[in-house]
Design a protein around this ligand. Structure first.
Ligand code: CMC
Length: 428
């Protein structure tokens, strides 16, 4: 069958015939790689219509509310698999057998501790340092422990880096919390599940026995699963771009952590809680909703809206269920949670939000769950980063395994001065 082409013509003159490629699902893409040789670049700030790579990891159809990892629907994974199974799927391409799962779990457990020298890094931070700043720096510092003998062209070594990162992120995340509240670091326990171990490192103290609440552990595991990967979002694209130069994987993940931090991305869950605190009481919601609708006011309802999901976020649907379960089970009375529930009700009915398809997103509900569990809002984005690490490293591994991979290097539309005469200072 003849290859389908897109003809680019300008003022009626044909400039180029560009090949069109189809993936296994989703929109076809026009291959514009040769366009530069015809005298044009494309202009797409914010990557609104640009596919930056070929990937077989995650598929999203934002209009239909579909999210699949390696072909498995997210709600199935959230309800029927645990986070480590999802990690295995993302990294290896298919669901594990029981034997493979046990082996994977043992491998991850084998790497949960961090080098004692890494622990010292924390002591250089001020006690009120934001945990994301600590995690970003300490993950980047891991590159100094695993660099000179790391061959990123060897698939086995790439996989070992992935295992180390998945295993060590909870340890580093919990250490950032313990440091910020002045409690001793708690070492990992490999007899616990991934989620239980994280809660243990966060909440146990040497003086007392800590028993993990199974409802909380289940909710935590679901939060990890629902954040595990999300295709070519800002932080994943950052990791790919950093990795495209052949940089150390731990440094690439630190770049991903930095990119995730902003309130338009992973920082939305913390920003959402800050917003709820600012609203303060249910009777002030209308005032804030009015501000969010006012075109002249930059205020936005944090935790609402999404770049790709314009009908519903399938992660939010599952997270909403978990959120209501957790609030019921823990029977927590918190005015902030009342504000959140009322805000959800209003936004789902209000014409402005409905017509612009601005629904509560996954971070709205995960923020509420984490708050109910007793995790401070400054840790919310850290938990997102820890969950997303598997996605980042899966994309990094996929990119390096593809033949002919090129360094990422976008073009620009230049709007600055040109051809100016430079007059040396002494002449002026
Ligand atoms: N509150 C009020 N109005 C909003 C909001 C909001 N949260 N989000 C978008 N709008 C309006 C916006 O003003 C614009 O209106 P108009 O068409 O009249 O100019 C319209 O909706 C489209 O907005 P946009 O900024 O063009 O949409 P986008 O796709 O570029 O942005 C977004 C998506 C997530 C950055 C944005 O909805 C937002 O800032 N939301 C709040 C932050 C947030 O919750 N982010 C977490 C995203 S989920 C986690 C993740 O995957 O990283």
């Amino acid at each position: 069958m003849a290859e389908t082409k897109a003809t680019l013509s300008i003022d009626g003159k044909v400039i180029a015939d560009l090949p069109i490629h189809s993936g296994s699902a989703g929109l076809d893409v026009i291959d514009i790689r040769t366009l530069g040789s015809h005298g044009y670049f494309t202009y797409d700030p914010g990557f609104l219509a640009t596919a930056s790579c070929e990937s077989a990891i995650t598929y999203i159809d934002g209009d239909k509310g579909i999210l699949q990892h390696r072909g498995y629907a997210i709600d199935d994974l959230a309800k029927k698999a645990d986070y480590l199974e999802v990690c295995y799927i993302l990294l290896n391409g298919q669901a594990p057998t029981l034997e493979q799962y046990d082996e994977f779990k043992a491998t991850i457990n084998n790497h949960t501790m961090v080098h004692e020298k890494l622990v010292h890094f924390f002591h250089g931070f001020l006690p009120d340092a934001h945990p994301m700043a600590m995690v970003c720096a300490v993950v980047g510092a891991l590159s100094s422990f695993y660099h000179s003998d790391l061959d990123i062209d060897d698939p086995k070594q790439r996989m070992r880096s992935a295992h180390r990162l998945i295993a060590k992120m909870p340890t580093i995340a919990a250490m950032s919390y313990k440091y910020s509240i002045g409690q001793p670091f708690v070492y990992p326990r490999n007899d616990l599940s991934y989620a239980e171990n994280f809660l243990h490192m966060m909440f146990s103290v040497p003086a007392e026995k800590y028993i993990v609440n199974p409802t909380i552990a289940k909710a935590m595991d679901r939060i990890f699963t629902l954040h595990a990967d999300h295709e070519q979002n800002a932080s994943t694209s950052t990791v790919r771009l950093a990795g495209s130069s052949g940089a150390n994987p731990y440094a690439c993940i630190a770049a991903g952590v930095a990119s995730l931090w902003g309130p338009a991305h992973g920082g939305a869950n913390e920003a959402c809680l800050t917003m709820l605190e600012e609203i303060g009481t249910v009777d002030r919601i209308a005032e804030f909703v009015a501000k969010a609708k006012d075109k002249n006011d930059p205020f936005r309802l944090m935790g609402f809206g999404h770049r790709v999901y314009k009908n519903f976020d399938p992660r939010a649907t599952v997270m909403r269920e978990t959120c209501h379960d957790v609030l019921k089970e823990l029977n927590i009375q918190d005015p902030l949670l009342d504000i959140a529930m009322e805000l959800e009700r209003i936004a789902l009915e209000d014409e402005y939000f409905v017509s612009k398809k601005l629904y509560p997103n996954v971070d709205f509900y995960s923020g509420i769950i984490l708050k109910a569990i007793g995790i401070p809002s400054s840790m919310f984005t850290v938990i997102f980063a820890m969950s997303r690490t598997v996605g980042w490293i899966s994309h990094w591994d996929e990119m390096l395994s593809q033949p002919g991979q090129k360094i990422g290097r976008p073009r620009q539309k230049y709007t600055g001065e040109i051809d100016r005469e430079f007059v040396p200072l002494k002449v002026k």
